[in-house]
Design a binder for this molecule. Structure first.
Ligand SMILES: [Zn+2]
Length: 1019
């Protein structure tokens, strides 16, 4: 090694400089460093200015020819007929006798056989989607294979598409769960493959319809485009006829053109053309019948070219779990490409190439064509005719709720970890993150998996929750003590919704900690199962609370498997600070109020009311009207339970599709009146309604609430042989909705729906009920524009819903079906309880009536509160209240400043092990444009001193997926038929590379801004 004098001088100079810098740094230490963002990523590859890495590594196309891009891929569900782990390893499931491919699916085998074949031929390409599987594979392979995969990715031979933990469902998922599951996958990619491994393309080929919000999320992540596989057959026909298979999806009116996403509708799903399906066909098959295969290829290419605008076609070359013997595919595709292209010498204008979705988009974009636009979504999805895939919006209502509850606990975990800077929480939280990532899959949260797979999903979530609970326990050990005395361990109750909790019902004295994961003040109504003695509850400010003790509902008590002796529920309001906890000290006493007794309402009209709202009931015990007392607005309303009889004929109603046998549903109670009990407490009034032996409901009015809570309990749905039942809660009102209603898209933006109509194509109404059903992830409403009156219904999980008659809304709460719909799962949606009878579910709806603007505000607030409710944990103690408060803090808030009411901290999370001073922060604007006069305005927030336990000393703005700095990404520009040119930039228009302290950020309506923040802990 040569070591020149010049270099020596340079080295000495550098050492001196470092010493000087260190000296001054020590002198100035308390001031902290500012604006020097030390977390600069070390990139293995140079990201090009447009964030694309290098499209030159795409296989070349031929100008003037029809270029057929063959996209080799394997569609690998993260659980469906088998569990995710069974699919990975190839292990057979119990039900494999009826499973597709006889249960031989094996993702490990796909990767094992594909990688050497990609290395063997530089032209070959392959795409891989699910990081849940790739990370599982990564954990078991040696360094040599890892290096080979890294090189393949670097050379674009192996391309990661989407890059999320799974291919998430579009209908039933909530927006922050979608974002989180992608960030989890992107983080894995970043860790092992660098920026050039990151995906810039969506591959949504198997979702049962496609949501606009998901498209908007992809655009905000910097994606170049989206490939979708399943759209309604009528829409598909229309797009074929008018060459609209590719278009610009205007995904958000609020975000404008930067939320536009180029979208490609696959010609024939994600399977290779039937004639060119090589799974199970040995290498040499094409060589043995060259003429036939080339002729098929050319014919199919010409057919498809007729409906696309450019000289490029995309042929997905794969199938479910294909490429287990990858040679079957690659050897035959090699031959097909070779022989088809040889025809060019004879004048053929068809050119075949191995390609990837991003290379396809790159070449399509280069043609500078203009494309049509679309602003609505792809729900509901029907194929074949009459088979509307709207049943899965409700299927497996229990699993859907579990995903929501686990998500709320995950949010709590992440925040408490950051505030307390815990040393070993990352891996524990990762368990729940990964479980939640898997559950977003399009055969997981959808409820379209087999029963044993659903059990596995529940198990994965529960394992994650246990890990999360230990993080929460650790956090409270940091937050609670005022002295060195450690607090008791946190206990958790899974089954509070069925009034079961051993921590409360077997204890005379305990403390309940209630953590609020929202960056806003919240009043949460705590309901705890207890024994029958009187109680006192002391709040975090040492005030004894007014409380209610109500008997546990009779119907709840009869739930099979409920392990509780609790006779009563203790009810009190917990007023909680933003991102903070409050401790409530609960003690049984000998004197005081015992449980309220009820009054039976028998054939008389009656009403309950508080200062905001009056709810009236008829003689038959049915809800008859809701009045907003503050503005006098009254809506006549009848709420009742009905069921549709699932069709059992040619195409039965099943896990995927909802096909009612008759248009009109049957009233559960028939002509019978509803049995009603009325309870009037200090805080809450309850109407307990019994519609039949299997349907009941509690309608609640809390004293400060401006909404009505309706807690339904449905099941066991009677077994009538083959006749399935699909149960709805139906609200008939006098609102003049004129065919219009509004539903949310993944819990974020609202979409206007018109009965029997689609925005971009003419609907031939075949199925008047199911064809008007949409996913209600968070809320739906109808309104009377002339009266400025809106009635809103909120849900606690995704459900199917629609407005089948003017003025009416219905939500499907539960379904039990005794036939399979023949669309893949091959199992009846007949969930059984521990007593082997049909399962019973409980859930909540929330209802309010107000002006359009007030309703928008309340709905935005409630949507957050329902999606991320507080996490409750319990501590047993024998200490007196004063002894307790001498030792432990009773409240804490992670937020120092108040956040404007239209903004919210969406994410606060640790980034990766070893980088404890760098966190991930997302702030969102909660309102759409024109939704509210004041709250739809832009809003600003100062980040520097926002949080209690640390200051922010540097920030770096990222794409929504947190995998690129915003200035690293430039998107392809697309031109629409109406003259719009989509922008290159992503992120906020206010974005600057290095924002200066105090880091004032501005958010426009519906904007989510994502940052890496560098923090300096406060002592
Ligand atoms: Zn799938």
């Amino acid at each position: 090694m040569r070591f020149s004098l010049q270099k020596l001088v340079l080295a000495v100079a550098m050492i001196v400089t470092v010493q000087v810098v260190l000296y001054f740094w020590k002198l100035n230490k308390p001031k902290r460093t500012r604006n020097i963002f030390i977390m600069q990523q070390k990139l293995e590859e140079q990201v090009k200015e447009d964030g694309s890495c290098d499209y030159n590594k795409c296989n070349p196309v031929k100008d003037g020819m029809l270029n057929v891009h063959l996209i080799p891929h394997s569609h690998d569900d993260v659980g469906w007929l088998k569990t995710a782990e069974q699919y990975f390893t190839g292990e057979k499931a119990m039900s494999d006798a009826r499973s597709q491919h006889s249960g031989t699916e094996c993702v490990r085998c796909v990767l094992n056989t594909t990688i050497p074949l990609l290395l063997a031929n530089p032209d070959r390409r392959f795409i891989f989607i699910e990081m849940a599987f790739l990370s599982r594979f990564w954990d078991e392979i040696n360094d040599d294979v890892k290096q080979k995969i890294k090189q393949l990715i670097k050379d674009r031979k192996l391309e990661i598409a989407i890059g999320g933990w799974c291919m998430s469902d579009a209908a039933t998922t909530f927006y922050n769960d979608i974002i989180d599951q992608h960030t989890l996958g992107f983080d894995f990619i970043d860790q092992h493959f660098g920026k050039c491994g990151q995906s810039r393309v969506g591959w949504h080929v198997d979702q049962f319809g496609h949501s606009r919000e998901h498209s908007s999320i992809f655009a905000q992540m910097g994606f170049e485009g989206l490939i979708v596989g399943r759209i309604d057959f009528q829409d598909y026909t229309d797009r074929h006829e008018h060459k609209k298979m590719e278009f610009l999806w205007k995904s958000s009116a609020s975000l404008g053109s930067k939320a536009s996403l180029f979208t490609h509708v696959s010609y024939d799903g994600y399977y290779a053309p039937r004639e060119l399906q090589f799974e199970g066909r040995s290498a040499g098959t094409v060589d043995a019948s060259v003429q036939r295969y080339v002729a098929d290829m050319m014919r199919i290419a010409k057919e498809r070219a007729a409906v696309f605008k450019t000289n490029h076609l995309m042929f997905p070359m794969g199938a479910d779990f294909a490429y287990k013997k990858a040679d079957e595919w690659f050897a035959n595709m090699d031959a097909l490409i070779k022989h088809t292209n040889l025809r060019q010498a004879d004048g053929s204008k068809i050119n075949l190439l191995y390609s990837t979705p991003s290379c396809y988009l790159y070449h399509v974009n280069k043609e500078k064509q203009t494309f049509p636009t679309k602003s609505d979504d792809f729900f509901p999805y029907a194929i074949p005719p009459k088979a509307y895939w709207t049943g899965y919006f409700t299927s497996r209502a229990g699993l859907k709720l579990h995903v929501k509850r686990a998500g709320a606990m995950l949010q709590t975990c992440k925040e408490l970890n950051v505030f307390n800077r815990l040393s070993n929480a990352f891996d524990k939280i990762d368990v729940l993150k990964k479980a939640q990532g898997i559950l977003q899959h399009h055969d997981a949260i959808t409820g379209t998996e087999k029963e044993h797979v659903a059990k596995d999903y529940n198990h994965l979530l529960s394992e994650g929750e246990v890990q999360c609970q230990s993080v929460i326990d650790e956090a409270y050990k940091m937050m609670l003590p005022q002295t060195s005395v450690k607090p008791p361990q946190q206990e958790f109750c899974y089954n509070l919704n069925i009034s079961e909790c051993s921590s409360t019902e077997n204890s005379k004295q305990f403390v309940v900690n209630v953590y609020n994961p929202l960056s806003r003040h919240v009043t949460y109504w705590v309901r705890l199962p207890v024994s029958s003695t009187p109680y006192t509850v002391t709040d975090p400010n040492s005030q004894q609370l007014k409380l209610d003790i109500l008997p546990v509902d009779d119907k709840t008590k009869t739930l099979p498997g409920r392990k509780s002796q609790a006779e009563n529920e203790l009810v009190f309001p917990a007023k909680l600070s933003p991102l903070g906890y409050g401790s409530f000290y609960v003690k049984s006493t000998t004197e005081g109020e015992r449980a309220k007794t009820h009054k039976t309402m028998d054939g008389e009209e009656f009403a309950i009311q508080n200062e905001h709202i009056k709810v009236s009931f008829g003689k038959d015990g049915i809800l008859k009207s809701v009045q907003n007392i503050k503005n006098g607005m009254e809506v006549k309303m009848e709420q009742d339970f009905y069921y549709y009889i699932g069709d059992t004929m040619m195409r039965p109603s099943g896990a995927y599709v909802f096909i009612p046998k008759f248009k009109d549903p049957t009233k559960v109670r028939g002509q019978n009146p509803v049995k009603v009990k009325l309870f009037k407490g200090e805080h809450v009034q309850e109407i307990r309604q019994e519609f039949s032996h299997w349907v009941s409901q509690i309608i609640r009015l809390y004293d400060t609430a401006n909404y009505v809570e309706l807690e339904w309990q449905v099941g066991p749905i009677p077994n009538q042989g083959y006749e399935g039942r699909e149960v709805i809660s139906h609200f008939k009102t006098d609102i003049k909705s004129e065919g219009h209603f509004y539903t949310d898209s993944n819990g974020r933006e609202m979409l206007k729906r018109t009965r029997d109509k689609r925005e971009t194509w003419k609907l031939d109404v075949i199925e008047p009920v199911s064809g008007n059903y949409y996913p209600i992830t968070s809320r739906m409403f109808i309104q009377d524009d002339s009266r400025d009156t809106r009635i809103t219904l909120m849900t606690d999980r995704c459900q199917a819903g629609g407005s089948i008659q003017d003025g009416a809304m219905e939500l499907m709460v539960h379904r039990r079906l005794f036939r399979d719909d023949g669309l893949g799962v091959s199992e009846n949606l007949n969930e059984l309880d521990v007593d082997n009878k049909g399962i019973t579910y409980k859930g909540k709806h929330y209802l309010f009536v107000d002006t359009k603007e007030n309703s928008a505000e309340l709905a935005r607030d409630m949507a957050l509160e329902l999606h991320l409710p507080p996490t409750l944990s319990f501590m047993q103690t024998t200490k007196s209240y004063s002894e307790w408060t001498d030792l432990y803090n009773t409240k804490w808030s992670g937020l120092r400043d108040v956040i404007p009411p239209n903004l919210h901290v969406l994410t606060l999370d640790q980034t990766r092990k070893g980088e404890r001073e760098i966190y991930l922060l997302r702030v969102e604007h909660l309102y759409e444009v024109n939704e509210h006069k004041l709250l739809s305005q832009s809003a600003s927030l100062q980040l520097e001193n926002l949080f209690e336990s640390f200051d922010i000393i540097a920030i770096s703005e990222l794409s929504l997926g947190a995998n690129f700095k915003t200035n690293e990404v430039k998107r392809m520009q697309w031109k629409t038929d109406d003259g719009l040119l989509t922008p290159e930039q992503i992120g906020s228009e206010q974005n600057t590379l290095h924002l200066d302290a105090p880091f004032n950020i501005i958010l426009q309506p519906m904007e989510i801004r994502t940052f890496h923040i560098q923090i300096y802990p406060r002592s």
